[in-house]
Design a binder for this molecule. Structure first.
Ligand code: ZN
Length: 271
């Protein structure tokens, strides 16, 4: 583990009262709502209607079923805290349009705060790592009661980066721009995939940041510029002294003082 990381467990974000051992609902939307109600009741989610809409919209984009009877519906909504999670088990299983066509028996509902865009990815990675091991999956799915299920969940380890290093938002904006520029020339089939990818990146970024990005895209056709040899490639004017090196590896957002575009460190050319 690197010094910039900290070790956590899934249950650091999940109290036993956030685990439903027997979900009553038999269809996807109702099951998600049943889990969401747990979080609403515990005042971890304020706006139920908005949150449910976001979760379902995300689910329609692409099923969050992971295969092996597990699903991870999620949405990025201001929770007031860091992350709100509820886990529900269904003995009969719920149809989730999983790739392996298997019904889902364990649902992890995750709502996380826009100020921590990368947290979800690390949660997802930790969970995926755990359930990749067959015996772990079996223990999760075959737990005999709520306490046993919670005990298995407490073994899921998460490696979280320290908050200021969670993701490089500048690079995410750059990626979004690359996709959206390519999308204009892409075939209909490719366009659909690209739009989905773009939507996923957008779901990781703050709304005010995206708002500014969209305005720049509308006005100039691009919104993010590389800094090469100390100069903004959007306007060819040198950026402030020291800014060039500060941009590299930073999660802060930098903007060109001359042309107003977002700045990222120059990417290494792939030849
Ligand atoms: Zn510039």
């Amino acid at each position: 583990m690197k010094e910039s990381e900290s070790q956590k467990h899934l249950t650091d974000f999940l109290k036993s009262s956030q685990v439903l051992f027997n979900i009553k609902s038999t269809d996807k939307v109702a099951a998600i709502e049943e889990l969401l109600d747990v979080l609403v009741k515990q005042k971890m989610v304020q706006n139920k209607k908005l949150t449910l809409t976001r979760i379902i919209d995300r689910e329609e984009l692409e099923s969050t079923a992971l295969g092996h009877g597990l699903a991870l519906p999620h949405a990025r909504v201001d929770t007031g805290g860091t992350i709100a999670m509820a886990v529900g088990r269904s003995k009969e299983g719920i149809e989730f349009e999983a790739i392996d066509n298997k019904k889902v028996h364990l649902i992890f509902l995750v709502i996380w705060n826009p100020t921590l865009p990368g947290l979800f990815n690390h949660l997802f990675a930790g969970l995926a790592r755990f359930v990749r091991v067959r015996v772990n999956r079996q223990r999760l799915l075959e737990a005999k009661n709520a306490a046993e299920l919670y005990k298995v969940l407490s073994e899921v380890e998460l490696t979280l980066p320290r908050e200021d290093k969670i993701i490089n938002r500048g690079n995410l904006l750059w990626k979004l721009q690359q996709i959206e520029l390519k999308m204009k020339k892409a075939s209909k089939d490719k366009k659909k995939k690209m739009r989905e990818h773009a939507e996923l990146i957008r779901s990781e970024l703050d709304i005010d940041l995206l708002d500014r990005y969209d305005r720049l895209m509308d006005r100039y056709g691009f919104a993010v510029a590389e800094v090469m040899d100390g100069a903004c490639q959007g306007c060819n004017i040198n950026v402030a002294t020291g800014m060039s090196s500060a941009i590299e590896g930073s999660n802060d957002i930098y903007v060109c003082e001359n042309c107003g575009k977002f700045l990222v460190a120059a990417k290494k050319q792939k030849n």
